[in-house]
Ligand binder design. Structure first.
Ligand code: NI
Length: 219
């Protein structure tokens, strides 16, 4: 990375910290920092553009639609306005915007409309933060934020939700494990991503086993 690029990354970090200072606990600066670190780790084994990976990871949740009344344009727009204030070429800006537009798991069977190695890396990095111990913590935190129950044996997970149903779902948090989290390990793009996802997936299965035991009054 060039000195100018490193400076732009520093500016981006400052911008993201400031913008997300009141964010929900699972989508705050520390989520971004973990995704950024995951992305750097995954990128080590890939021949990707590190600058685009870094900007994509840092800006991917700058204005998540689920905290902006479902508006999917505000994130890309916020990132674009910021990048236009920096010395970033329009080519790089376009690529970063595509990453932000295409990274998220929308539920249902929605296909990605854009492909690049840099998107693959940032998407894997973000998905890893939805798995394992942190993934579990983030999921329950978000469920609490939305006023959802922990678990209700009478409400079964719905694996065939449309994008709209997925967004509007008020089902208990545990259903989210079956509707999203446990599906992620088979959707990873990169080899490094797959390997880490596998480990975190196993941890979640053990967690769920223990959860049901305790729920049912067993030790
Ligand atoms: Ni994210």
């Amino acid at each position: 990375m060039t000195t100018i690029q490193a400076e732009i990354i520093e500016n981006t970090i400052a911008f993201v910290k400031e913008t997300l200072k009141n964010a929900e606990g699972g989508h705050d600066w520390f989520h971004i920092q973990r995704v950024y670190n995951n992305a750097k780790l995954i990128a080590e084994g890939e021949n990707a553009d590190d600058f685009i990976v870094a900007l994509g990871a840092l800006l991917h949740d700058i204005a998540d639609s689920k905290f902006h009344n479902g508006d999917e344009t505000i994130g890309p727009k916020t990132a674009e306005d910021f990048l236009n204030s920096q010395q970033v070429s329009s080519e790089v800006i376009e690529h970063v915007i595509k990453i932000i537009e295409n990274i998220s798991f929308k539920g249902g069977n929605v296909n990605r409309e854009f492909s690049s190695l840099e998107l693959d890396i940032v998407q894997d990095a973000d998905r890893l933060d939805a798995l394992g111990a942190i993934g579990i913590a983030r999921t329950f935190n978000y469920g609490g934020y939305k006023g959802r129950g922990l678990y209700n044996p009478e409400i079964k997970p719905n694996l065939n939700m449309s994008k709209e149903e997925y967004k509007a779902s008020s089902a208990p948090t545990l259903n989210h494990f079956y509707e999203k989290l446990l599906l992620l390990k088979d959707r990873m793009n990169t080899q490094t991503g797959k390997e880490i996802a596998e480990k975190r997936h196993e941890f979640m299965e053990i967690y769920l086993e223990q959860f049901y035991k305790e729920w049912n009054g067993e030790a």
